[in-house]
Design a protein around this ligand. Sequence first.
Ligand code: BG6
Length: 798
Amino acid sequence: MWKVVWAALLLQVPVCAQTVQSEDNHEVKDTRKLGHVSVIIVGGTGDLAKKYLWQGFFHLYANQVSSGYSFSFYGGGLSPKDKATPVLFEALKNVTCPLDLSVERCALVKEQFLKLAEYRQLVTLEDYQALGKQLTEHPKQEGVTEAGRLFYLSVPAFAYADVAEKINASCRPSDGTWLRVVLEKPFGHDFSSAQLLSAQLATSLKDEEMFRIDHYLGKQVVSKILPFRKENSKHLDPVWNKHHIERVEIVLKETLNAKGRIPFYDQYGVIRDVIQNHLTEVLTLLTMELPTNLSDSKEVLKNKLKIFSALEHLERHCAVVGQYESYNKEVQEELNKTKEHYSLTPTFAGVMVYIDIAQYEGMPIILTSGKMLDERLGYARILFKNDIFCVQSHNNVHCKPKQIIFYFGHGALQYPAILVSKNLFKPDLKDTEWKEVTEQNDLHVLGMPISDYYVLTPTVQREAYSELISQIFHGRKDSFISTENLLASWDFWTPLLHSLANAPSRLYPGGVDNGNMLDFKLLGREATFANDALVFITHDDMGGSGVESFQVMQGKYRSAEMVSAWSEELIVRLAAEIQAAAESAVREGGRFHLALSGGSTPLALFQRLAHYHYTFPWRDTHLWMVDERCVPLTEMDSNFRTVHDHLLQHVKVPYFNIHPMPVQINQRLCVEEDNGALLYERDISQLVNTSSFHFVLLGVGYDGHTASLFPSSKLDAHRESLVALTESPAKPHQRMSLTLKAINQAQKVGVLVMGKSKHELITQLSRVKDNINKWPITGIRPTSGRLVWYIDYDALLG
Ligand code: BG6
């Protein structure tokens, strides 16, 4: 069969004229020497294969057929051969030719392509063994060497490990022949599942054999981002930074719903479906350091990785989420759920991202995507600051927005394009595969008439999958996701995803009716919807109490003052009281001494202080630690690290005013002879007037501990000191802590307790008598200062 195909092609292919002239064996052999490539799409009759993959492989075939390779194509699947073969051929018949092929040649190439394809049932190991045998024998029978085997796994992700194992066991080619295995997202659901999947795959495949595909990287505009940045570096280098860029927007708007894909979609939602992968990849391309060699995949991936590790940690408040109204009904129907079932999966999200690199510090990057929006459109926009104030000539080009738009496709502009505002610069065009669009029309792109832009577009439009399939064939890896980059991306997204797990979603009707409901704004580092919500779904709607009151209540707890409210309100109140204490201390003595605890409870407070208290006298504030775990300060476990990440790095406290506990001295941790506790005590005595902090923030643990003063910590032993080494029953055991003496000398002590899980403790503590060895928190009795309990309703009322 192969010989027939070959001869037919030679006769028709003009670029092979040389070979056609001499149809002797010698010439033919020469051209064939590159060898045979077997392509196997596992899941070859599935939707993706039908829509994109066969088309992509057909283009590969059409482009390579005269290059000296021969091919065979297998569509693999679970169905028996007689049932699936017609389905496969129906899909194959629908492929279209590359535009540069004449009608006659197209018909011929397509006919040959169909002849080279067959269906294989691939279920058992025996099926794969039989396939492996055929992959080896077929080229031998045809008298050609084998160049490579390309497996495309277009199957659900749960099947990856199993299929990879079978390929490894029975379809691995002999040395000298390449094996490439292509995987489609999802590559996990969060960091740990991605890590597990990567570990499982690594037992069967080498990293260089795996090609994790993200089809956005095959879109012509996306793959042009780096070359465009390089070609125009003389214009871009001076302005590609926080000083000139107002913000970056990376947007994928869709009009479709999730119908038909709910079993997948409901588990993933919009962030996992498109933001963690497609939009994040675009973000890295826009912000990464330009590689010296754009096709050096190692350098490209390494530079991307640097961006991943510089992305600022995402908090819950960095995102807004929504769900289109009919989504839940679709879920009930497709997943056979009852009318009481509510899905919390977001179908819309807007996320604010910041990069902690001097070049981009403080420059907002907005990633947003949603189903059921008003239009289908994908783009990345770099909006530059405009330093010209236009007094009256508003239509002058210099008064208009300055922006560069990487227009991925869809939308009003029917072609992919890069648009550069004419008031920026005229882009250089060195690439013959791109051209400038000069014809004018009255289209508007992101608020500006198209005539205000220089517009570049590819000379020939190509499908993303065709592009990537060609790169896989050539073994180029720069547009694929390495294991390291994949895990770095999940590492970045997972905390946000977890914090959104039960988050309320704004319901939106869909399409143009959404109006301005999904518009969101930046408030400090926070993203919030710009307009009031009409309807929210929350966990409470699903059986909780759903209390709407946000009032603050004042009372007494353990005969001390108590402030109670819902958690958000409580934090607002506590932050305001700390600022008031700071202002009064600075007014009176020029300095404010604040001692902070670690743990997770005060995080919301730190964030509130960092992002809302613009007039806080940070310059005159000294920050001390209430207690510390004996670990290096850079570790996530360290209390100082928490304060650093959530507060210090966002506010301007002079370096000299920051006082971490000296847990590490002489390269060892909390060794008595190193006198760390004494050193801290000396610092306090020297800097804090009468060693009396203005404000000490405490928490309380389930066992009644506070600071690092645990039950039976022999608290009496450090009656005279201000700082002591203590022991915790939990790891890491060794701690350094302010003593009861130091805390009780403070002018104000606030104990913050939040969450339902603390309700039992709060109930118990309300009844117990003072007993510092059993309940160290009961030892907090400021000698002349005030003690205030800040307890949220969850902890107070359960
Ligand atoms: C896919 C997502 O990866 O990308 C879909 O699973 C989404 O939900 C699609 O519709 C968008 O891709 P494109 O190329 O149409 O913008």
